[in-house]
Design a protein around this ligand. Structure first.
Ligand SMILES: Nc1ncnc2c1ncn2[C@@H]1O[C@H](COP(=O)(O)OP(=O)(O)OP(=O)(O)O)[C@@H](O)[C@H]1O
Ligand SMILES: [Mg+2]
Ligand SMILES: [Zn+2]
Length: 325
């Protein structure tokens, strides 16, 4: 079904790794980088490394697609994970659902799949705001005068953004021409509503021109990455087998985090130091632990190792007070 493959993307090994983590743990991810760095290209390849739909998920997703009338005529079952990429001009009703005869929105069409919001800061603030609650609850309740309907909306959010209006803030070579305060204001457009709910902040820098023109195709394919993702998902399936609607580390209820994501003394010290040094918010704490758990699951490790924790901390760039300060 998907003709694209991660092997189409030259270099960017670290970004591919971040997306492997996202797929393995079901984590939300935001790609931040200058124009042309490959953000859209990378995000569109995420579905190629996700686990296949279970029969239950397929039925559930089919139900929603059928209600919305987006099921192709000849299809009786949705068999691939949805990948929804609404344009940034979308209305809040189209995104979360609604109308006089309440219909599911994009977040429900993305149920059990990916919602890709390319150029996140371009979306209307109101639109991002109404997504907050459904993201937390993984479902959406739409109330109208006479009816209240409830649609599932359990999706992975993948977003992309330039770091600033000109696009070159933090760029290794080009100079950002944005005035003082502009970068911070740009980021603050999305910080409140969404950033808190995104586990992985990934800084994408463009690959060098020599790498881009290198005729050799990267060896690691989507199939290779997907195999690792599947193994990590098996560990999680076992971990969450007694919980309803919890399949991945990202979905783990917070009361479970302390129990499942235990650190040793060295780990605790590292995390505390990092939180202070990077001035991370308390909210970042649980997110870091969940991502570290996923890194350990990918490595087949029962314990969270120091390198798993360090890797997870690394993906909190937008929390850093100094990032756009
Ligand atoms: N690592 C890469 N390997 C192969 N092609 C690449 C790579 N990076 C970028 N490209 C090429 O550059 C084009 C632009 O990339 P893409 O549109 O994904 O950038 P972007 O980061 O989304 O930029 P923008 O912020 O302008 O949307 C791609 O379609 C692709 O052809
Ligand atoms: Mg793009
Ligand atoms: Zn700029």
């Amino acid at each position: 079904m998907y003709e694209v493959d991660f092997a189409d993307v030259k270099g960017q090994e670290n970004i591919k790794r971040a997306l492997e983590l996202a797929a393995a743990g079901g984590h939300n991810v935001i790609l931040i980088g200058p124009p042309g760095a490959g953000k859209t290209m990378l995000a569109r390849r995420l579905p190629t490394i996700l686990p296949p739909l279970t029969l239950y998920e397929a039925l559930d997703t089919t139900k929603i697609h059928s209600v919305s009338g987006v099921l192709p005529d000849n299809a009786s079952l949705v068999t691939t994970r949805p990948f929804r990429a609404p344009h940034h001009t979308i209305s809040d009703v189209a995104l979360v659902g609604g109308g006089s005869d309440p219909m599911p929105g994009e977040i429900s069409l993305a149920h059990n799949g990916v919602l890709f919001l390319d150029e996140l800061p371009e979306f209307k603030r109101q639109v991002l705001e109404v997504m907050r609650q459904p993201m937390e609850e993984r479902r959406v309740t739409i109330s109208r005068a006479k009816v209240t309907v409830d649609y599932p909306a359990s999706f992975m959010l993948v977003a992309s953004m330039n770091p600033c209006p000109c696009g070159y803030y933090n760029h290794p070579e080009k100079e950002c021409v944005c005035g003082p305060g502009v970068v911070k204001r740009y980021l603050s457009k999305i910080s409140g509503p969404l950033l808190d709910r995104i586990d992985l902040h990934v800084e994408v820098t463009p690959v060098k021109i020599e790498e881009l023109t290198n005729a050799e195709r990267p060896k690691v394919t989507s199939t290779d990455i997907r195999e690792r993702v599947l193994r990590a998902r098996e560990v999680q399936a076992e971990r969450f087998k007694d919980l309803k609607d919890v399949y991945s580390n990202a979905q783990m209820p917070s009361r479970m985090v302390r129990e499942v994501c235990q650190l040793n003394d060295t780990g605790l010290t590292l995390l505390k130091t990092a939180m202070e040094r990077l001035q991370l918010s308390a909210r970042a704490f649980d997110r870091i632990l969940k991502v570290a758990r996923t890194a350990a699951d990918l490595a087949g490790s029962a314990d969270i190792r120091i390198e798993d924790l360090a890797e997870a901390i690394h993906y909190r760039s937008l929390d850093r007070e100094g990032w756009a300060g």
